[in-house]
Write a protein that binds this ligand. Structure first.
Ligand code: GRF
Length: 218
């Protein structure tokens, strides 16, 4: 089987991108990072891509009058790299059907909550306000429904008494750097698929997301 090639889309610091860079460099994931694309030229993650010698593309969403035109440009740009997988890693734009249909079943996102809890923005604040005992992050396939595609894996972290938002966010980010590479490792090995609106692992429909533990073999 040929090596899985991935495009990583970012808007910000790119610590999840860094996790992929590190894991591919150390041979822990069989993945080729073909391109890193940002909608913000000042995204710090672009520097990580540069250092790792990965191709970079930058498409400013403000340069496109409509969301659909931006998405068409994204598709055209990414198609040059023919990615097997599109990894959204802190990409802060909502994608339209133009994009989702083109790469259907090959787009992963990481969302900083235990979906279906807290889709959308400001998840750490909302988890604290709701008095949650547990919070975390979810890797899921991207469909037309915002943060609503089938979930693959979740990493749970405790919410500690007196946690600030920054403390909670840092704890969630640390678990993201474990679960996202794990999900991608399974995808790249052909073990995870999107079919009939569901996620499948080793030929079985995943009714519940995997829970992160060091014992999931990838
Ligand atoms: C992560 O918390 C992720 O869940 C969310 O955006 C953040 C990206 O962080 N989608 P980074 O840019 O990878 O550091």
């Amino acid at each position: 089987m040929s090596i899985c090639s991935a495009a990583v889309l970012i808007s910000g610091s790119g610590t999840n991108l860094q996790a992929f860079i590190d894991e591919t460099a150390s041979g822990k994931i069989d993945l080729e990072l073909s391109v890193v694309l940002s909608n913000r030229p000042d995204a710090a993650g672009l520097e990580r891509a540069r250092k790792a010698d990965i191709s970079i593309e930058c498409l400013r969403h403000q340069d496109y009058p409509e969301r659909a035109q931006f998405d068409a440009a994204l598709v055209e740009t990414l198609d040059k790299y023919a990615p097997d997988l599109v990894i959204l890693a802190g990409f802060m734009r909502v994608l339209t059907a133009t994009f989702v249909d083109h790469f259907r079943g090959r787009i992963l996102n990481i969302h900083p909550s235990l979906l279906p809890k807290f889709p959308g923005l400001d998840t750490h604040r909302r988890a604290l306000d709701a008095g949650e005992k547990w919070h975390g992050s979810t890797v899921h396939f991207v469909t037309g429904e915002l943060d609503g595609g089938p979930a693959l894996i979740q990493g749970r972290v405790p919410v500690r008494p007196g946690d600030s938002m920054a403390e909670l966010a840092a704890r969630v980010l640390a678990v993201e750097h474990k679960i996202y590479p794990q999900a991608v490792r399974l995808f790249a090995a052909g073990r995870i698929q999107y079919r009939d609106g569901s996620a499948w692992l080793d030929g079985e429909r995943l009714n519940e997301p995997l829970q992160y533990s060091n014992t999931i073999r990838g």
